[in-house]
Design a protein around this ligand. Structure first.
Ligand SMILES: *[C@@H]1O[C@H](CO)[C@@H](O)[C@H](O)[C@H]1NC(C)=O
Ligand SMILES: *[C@@H]1O[C@H](CO)[C@@H](O)[C@H](O)[C@H]1NC(C)=O
Length: 259
């Protein structure tokens, strides 16, 4: 298969690796919000989904999360900064090692929550989030083979993902940290990407012809690349979103939003 697929996979992992970046900053702060902020809607604990209440509540948090909530150590996620994503992919037509670092992801704050359902008796929390456009800049360092071609490079990478639709199913539990909060125990993410553009600079030590052909190849085959990467991506995104949302939920006691 196409080795750059893995590259794309890495880039898409960005969201999942947010916890790597923010651990030490946002996580482990024991503090929780004490008072309800103005931007936080409230729903009925017995019927949280009545009139799309929970969906609105969930979506209503995005602007605040994009800015960050410094008083409880929640860092801004617009842009989302990811320190590094390592890659090690093994055998057959696709061999690739190396990774990406200093990722800057713009666009998460423009998310739309299509659906969100909270089912406390069954420990279910599900939501669908659409991201119209994610623009990613990073440094890359990769070495490997695509099909029979060597791929070697180190430089800048730019990427854009259009119309990313995610669907998330989770199992939750209630924790006291110290006030009661929601904790996501398991998460399963599925996604679709409407389109992808990618550009790697300085492939093959700056060989323009080889670099251009690889970039053209990646862009012409982006649908297949994404399809190929879907299982890995979905796993990666699960880790990402789980860390991200647990970080947030643990800081916002249910008593502030479930009445
Ligand atoms: C959010 O969407 C608007 C409208 O499409 C766009 O102008 C803006 O740049 C987007 N913000 C980010 C951070 O991508
Ligand atoms: C919610 O939980 C119940 C019981 O665990 C399960 O049967 C059902 O499929 C779940 N619903 C969703 C949407 O996951």
């Amino acid at each position: 298969m196409i080795s750059l697929v893995d590259l794309v996979w890495c880039m898409l992992l960005l969201i999942g690796h947010r916890d790597l970046v923010v651990s030490g900053v946002a996580v482990n702060s024991a503090r929780q919000l004490l008072d309800k902020p103005d931007w936080l809607y409230t729903c009925k604990r017995e019927m949280p989904n009545e009139n799309e209440c929970f969906r609105k509540l969930f979506e209503g948090c995005f602007p605040a999360l994009a800015d960050g909530i410094p008083e409880v150590g929640i860092v801004s996620f617009e842009p989302l900064l990811i320190k590094s994503v390592e890659l090690q992919k093994g055998s057959g037509n696709l061999v690739l090692s190396g990774g990406f670092h200093d990722l800057v992801v713009k666009g998460p704050s423009n998310a739309t929550v299509k659906k969100a359902n909270l089912d406390l008796p069954n420990n279910n929390l599900t939501f669908d989030i659409d991201l119209p456009l994610l623009r990613i800049k990073a440094k890359y360092n990769l070495k490997g083979n695509i099909l029979l071609l060597p791929l070697v490079g180190s430089g800048d990478v730019n990427m854009a993902l259009k119309n990313v639709q995610t669907s998330v199913i989770t199992k939750i539990s209630l924790r006291n940290e110290p006030e009661e909060t929601i904790h996501i125990d398991e998460m399963k993410v599925s996604f679709n990407v409407g389109g992808m553009r990618i550009h790697l600079t300085n492939l093959f030590n700056g060989n323009e012809i080889l670099g251009a052909s690889i970039n053209t190849f990646l862009n012409q085959n982006s649908d297949e690349i994404i399809k190929e990467l879907r299982p890995d991506l979905e796993r990666g995104l699960s880790g990402t979103f789980k860390g991200l949302w647990n970080d947030v939920f643990s800081k916002i006691p249910t008593k502030l939003w479930l009445l």
